[in-house]
Design a protein around this ligand. Sequence first.
Ligand SMILES: NC(=O)c1ccc[n+]([C@@H]2O[C@H](COP(=O)([O-])OP(=O)(O)OC[C@H]3O[C@@H](n4cnc5c(N)ncnc54)[C@H](O)[C@@H]3O)[C@@H](O)[C@H]2O)c1
Length: 437
Amino acid sequence: MDAAPIGVVGTGYVGLVSAVCFAHLGHDVVCMDVDEAKIARLESGEVPIYEPGLEKLVADNASRLSFTTSYDVLLERCHVLFIAVDTPPSPSGDADLSRVQFAVREIAARGGQRLLVMKSTVPVGTGEKVMADLDGMGVTDITYASNPEFLREGAAIQDFLEPDRIVIGSFREEDGTTVEALYRGIDTDIVRTSVPTAEMVKYASNAFLATKISFINEIANVCEQVGADVRTVAHGMGLDHRIGPHFLQAGIGYGGSCFPKDVQALKQLAGNTGYHFQLLNAVIEVNALQKRRVVGKLKDRLGTLRGATVALLGLTFKPNTDDLREAASIVLAGRLIHEGAKVKAYDPMLDAGEHPLFPGVAICDDSLEALEGADAAVLVTEWQEFGRLDWRVAASAMARPLLIDGRNFIDPAVAADAGLEYEGVGLGDEALAPVAR
Ligand SMILES: NC(=O)c1ccc[n+]([C@@H]2O[C@H](COP(=O)([O-])OP(=O)(O)OC[C@H]3O[C@@H](n4cnc5c(N)ncnc54)[C@H](O)[C@@H]3O)[C@@H](O)[C@H]2O)c1
């Protein structure tokens, strides 16, 4: 089994990064995807997603990587199959497992001894259900392990190769051992456990991180009322080892393809068992309201937004990725247009013109073009280049030099020097004082 290449089903942000990193560790990897255009690009040496360092790693490991759209080709060579297809939210809030089920059926239909390793984020109980379904189909040669992925887009390669931990759940000890062996060369804690526990580690981790974000955002909102500075509050909190400094940056809320859907799915999962996960309701509600607070801040300063021009800086859900799934910018742009504002935007990953996720928004070639003549700007995504912008020039290009900094990214003192009217998140009276670090 060991000498055969690893198969990876789904070559998106997780599948492609995992495949390339396994190749980097010395394995041959067959990458399979149903998206023909994506596979054609990969076959021609192009990388279809933006992830720092990925293009080079693909090129460096080209001899160990192959790409196909065919399950037959995949199964001809591979026994260990990582499933990394998307598991988007369904209208009920449950994770939509149709792509996982499709992949499992295709694999089962072709027979042979296989070990399925679930990398996609799937609800607790999925492993047991997949095995029961296979049993019902009379398939007995397929075994199953859960190996949830924790990488962050934008830092995915480092996260995969230097993870905080590797979690492996399996029904059979030897399957867990097979999966563990594939990670040889990575020095980290390995958590070996049951399949449901591994599935839960992933959901609990994402739900906890989302809770941290909503928590600090609520602290920020109170800071605005009482004249405290959330940046220093977070710094002071984070020095406590029981709390830690990470994920305490106040802002306009979490987005992306994972936190919103995973928090919702865990809430739904608990609800399906009859348990009301109260805390997660608050986490979700706080996150939704946080985006709307930006609109409130604009209205407080501009009065009505009807006819006002607002520039959005950054549209991706976070910097260093081209991923727009569940980005805060989508809700924000929609709200502003609904309020009658004219919206211009700039993001380093998006071409100028129109984008289907941002109907009515004029996407510009650069920041200054977006800011030209604007009555206000909102910094939505903290791309480094916004830190390097000449804010004096930016301020003089705007009709009103108002900057709502949704990420507390621009130093308020720099903003004041540039002549900007500045408002961040959770910055009370101390906003213009230097931040203690
Ligand atoms: N993106 C992240 O940062 C991240 C991090 C950790 C875990 N996850 C989880 O990993 C999974 C994948 O996420 P992603 O962001 O890589 O998704 P993605 O949408 O970028 O990629 C999924 C890929 O699977 C392909 N696919 C769909 N159905 C298929 C099938 N039946 N056979 C073969 N290929 C198929 C799609 O064409 C697509 O290329 C999800 O469950 C997600 O929750 C994502």
